[in-house]
Design a protein. Sequence first.
Length: 115
Amino acid sequence: VQLVESGGGLVQPGGSLRLSCAASGFTFSTYAMSWYRQAPGKERELVASISSAGRTIDYKDSLKGRFTISRDNAKSTVYLQMNSLKPEDTAVYFCKGIKGGYEYWGQGTQVTVSS
């Protein structure tokens, strides 16, 4: 089982990034997927989640309108489009797959928003 995040980096405030999380080793299309983030000195928090078929999507309230989660089950990949980025969005971003009692995490990708 592997979840590999990519797309992080350094971006100026107001910029955009698109994170990807490529899955392998499990039946991706049957798993709900989520993005979490963890800023230095803070607890990991849920950013967004999407159901297995993509019909149900939820966001952290404060991120609605700026972040968009999506998935492509044919590519076993989940995405996080992040727009109008702010310095407080700086964090390591992780993807997670969950189904019943099974839970898988990626290693994370660093996002730094700074001028």
